[in-house]
Design a protein around this ligand. Structure first.
Ligand SMILES: O=P(O)(O)OC[C@H]1O[C@H](OP(=O)(O)OP(=O)(O)O)[C@H](O)[C@@H]1O
Ligand code: HPA
Ligand SMILES: [Mg+2]
Length: 181
């Protein structure tokens, strides 16, 4: 996989430092309240695993699976719920954990869906934000890094389901996309 990498944007150490910072900020802001974190599968899985161990609050974990990118670098724009929550979220503080916000369409859909469930509060935490690509209005409560308009992989994030296990965040060489498209 190493030979597919063009540039490392964030190393394992830089990610770990940012995850600690986010965890501390979330711990302070919720002030001892119980929180349900919702990971958006599959991309957020690794970030969620690291982040929750930096959050010192009574915490419950659930997951939702939605998909819009499939095997492409372009969103289909159509978001489908593939797996819904197991936990009851009415009157609960809910924190959505995402790996990356790009067009924002995935989270726009998810937040609208969750808001109808009478939560006590709803916030979003994303490790990466690509604001230049946004196609809708979306407020992000916690953001790790703002990134430029480049397709990235690693630390849970895939291209055609590959590269999720890279411990860093990186761009791929152009020929990798050509060979898979
Ligand atoms: O802001 P958007 O343009 O909607 O893109 C962001 C979403 O796209 C990716 O997920 P994807 O649908 O590829 O599924 P995955 O998490 O299983 O990789 C990523 O993990 C975010 O959930
Ligand atoms: O930059 C990206 N990389 C991988 N998956 C994605 N889904 C949205 N943006 C991206
Ligand atoms: Mg993906």
């Amino acid at each position: 996989m190493k030979m597919d990498i063009e540039e490392i944007l964030y190393t394992k150490e830089q990610i770990s430092c940012k995850v600690k910072e986010l965890g501390q900020q979330i711990t302070r802001d919720y002030n001892g309240e119980e929180v349900i974190v919702i990971g958006v599968l599959k991309g957020a899985n690794i970030f969620l695993g690291d982040l929750i161990r930096e959050i010192n609050l009574p915490l419950y974990i659930d997951f939702m699976a939605v998909s819009s990118y499939g095997y492409s670098t372009q969103t289909s724009g159509v978001v489908k719920i593939l797996k819904d929550l197991d936990l009851e979220v009415e009157n609960k503080h809910v924190l959505i954990i995402e790996d990356i916000v790009d067009t924002g369409l995935t989270l726009k859909y998810l937040t609208e869906n969750l808001r109808s469930r009478k939560l006590a509060s709803l916030k979003i935490c994303t490790l990466l934000d690509k604001p230049s690509r946004r196609k809708c209005d979306l407020y992000l409560d916690y953001v790790g890094f703002d990134i430029p308009d480049e397709f990235i992989v690693g630390y849970g994030i895939d291209y055609a389901e590959k590269y999720r296990n890279l411990p860093f965040i990186a761009t791929l060489k152009p020929e990798v996309y050509e060979s898979l498209s």
